[in-house]
Ligand binder design. Structure first.
Ligand SMILES: *Cc1c(COP(=O)(O)O)cnc(C)c1O
Length: 391
């Protein structure tokens, strides 16, 4: 039974860890599944005698099981969970002192961009953005000397692949903390701590949850000092997930590898099919030969992931007509779930970026981001082909 604690899991494969980590059967009842501990407080033997279990914001057994599970999936020692991905992002930035500098990838998740430029800018945290796929990325890091290097790979919706190992090494040489938002890849595909990252961040709302029914965020670290700081913020700020959310996520991680592998297979077929279509100008997929960082993507990612971005030679009007004719693929924000979704970045997720700026970074009106689910891929392809035939 003790093998099911994360400390002893190193010898097991990913899916074994996903099913078991943090989830030893209860010693009292032998329940195989971790119960939803819906309690906000814990009985104390004597006043002031602390067992570590005093109050639900500081500790919850279902949450602890999830934190051990997620830490094991990322090959890390400590997991710290939050009520959303943005709450996890905030916790990292709240750890910084006034006048700290964050250098982030330019194609960063929109919610992270807004947190950095709108909320934390006011608290005198300075953020700068740069295309970290460029040849001179290392020199820029050395010149700017940020306190935090904030990476995301693949990015959204351009699916740029950033060389995590290379840039983490440069960041370490100047003493910067390296954060990698691993939401798009998931720990099935890439493990940033193995590549030199200090903090891995997830919006567990996406692949880890995988069923579009729970919001959540997580950080995974190896360093005890970082864990103490982040856990302090988790407790004090209080953006913690509910026991029920933790239960849903524990349920989800058991099938994470199955889902991501199927989503990746489907996405690759989807990318191949639409690369041949006359309607498309550009198909972006990390494990497809035409991707600008194809070699790096093959090296850094075990699968290509479930996201495919496609640029159609079309105006927003034509795109709308196409979207209206989809029967299976749903027009919605978010990604990473079992059902296929499509997003129109120009009018949805990236609408707050001015048009010229958007187009300069490759987000044209004809660009669509597909999050491919686990359905039968022929049905998804037929659905798109049918909608294309109507425009
Ligand atoms: C969704 C997302 C987030 C934010 O997570 P929420 O759970 O929506 O708060 C952060 N980073 C990436 C890459 C995301 O896709």
């Amino acid at each position: 039974m003790s093998d099911l604690r994360s400390a002893n899991l190193a010898k097991y494969g990913f899916s074994t860890v996903a099913v078991h980590a943090g989830q030893a059967p209860s010693p009292k009842y032998g329940s195989v599944m971790t119960p939803i501990y819906a309690t906000t407080t814990y009985a104390q033997e004597y006043p002031g005698e602390k067992e570590g279990f005093e109050y639900g914001r500081s500790f919850n057994p279902t949450r602890e099981a999830l934190e051990e599970n997620l830490a094991a999936l990322e090959n890390g020692k400590f997991g710290i969970t939050f009520s959303s991905g943005c709450a996890a992002t905030s916790a990292v930035v709240q750890m910084l002192k006034r006048n700290a500098k964050v250098l982030a990838v330019d194609d960063i998740y929109g919610g992270t961009y807004r947190l950095l430029t709108e909320i934390f800018e006011q608290q005198e945290i300075n953020s700068i953005f740069y295309d970290l796929t460029k040849e001179d990325a290392g020199e820029v890091i050395k010149k700017e000397k940020p306190d935090v290097l904030w990476l995301e790979s693949p990015t959204n919706p351009q699916l740029k692949v950033i060389d995590i190992e290379k840039l983490a090494k440069v960041a370490k040489s100047i003493g910067a903390i390296v954060v990698v938002d691993n939401t798009f890849a998931s720990p099935v595909i890439q493990k940033p701590l193995n590549l030199g990252a200090d903090i891995v961040l997830h919006s567990t709302t996406k692949y880890i949850g995988g069923h579009s029914d729970v919001l959540g965020g997580a950080l995974v670290v190896n360093d005890e000092n970082l864990n103490d700081k982040l856990r302090y913020i988790q407790k004090r700020v209080g953006a913690v997930p509910s026991p029920f959310d933790c239960y849903l996520l524990l349920r989800s991680t058991k099938t994470l590898a199955l889902r991501v592998e199927r989503q990746s297979q489907n996405a690759l077929e989807f990318a191949k099919h639409f690369s041949k279509s006359k309607a498309t100008k550009r198909v972006i997929y990390p494990h497809y030969e035409t991707h600008p960082q194809y070699q790096l993507a093959k090296k850094q990612m075990s699968h290509g992931g479930g996201i495919v971005s496609v640029e159609f030679d079309a105006t927003t009007e034509t795109v709308n007509k196409f979207l209206k004719n989809l029967k299976l693929v749903t027009l919605a924000e978010s990604l990473g779930a079992v059902e296929s979704l499509v997003d129109h970045p120009a009018t949805m997720t990236h609408a707050s970026i001015p048009k010229e700026e958007r187009e300069a970074v490759g987000i044209s009106d004809g660009l669509l981001r597909f999050s491919i689910g686990i359905e039968d891929i022929n049905d998804i392809i037929s659905d798109i082909d049918y909608a294309l035939s109507k425009v």
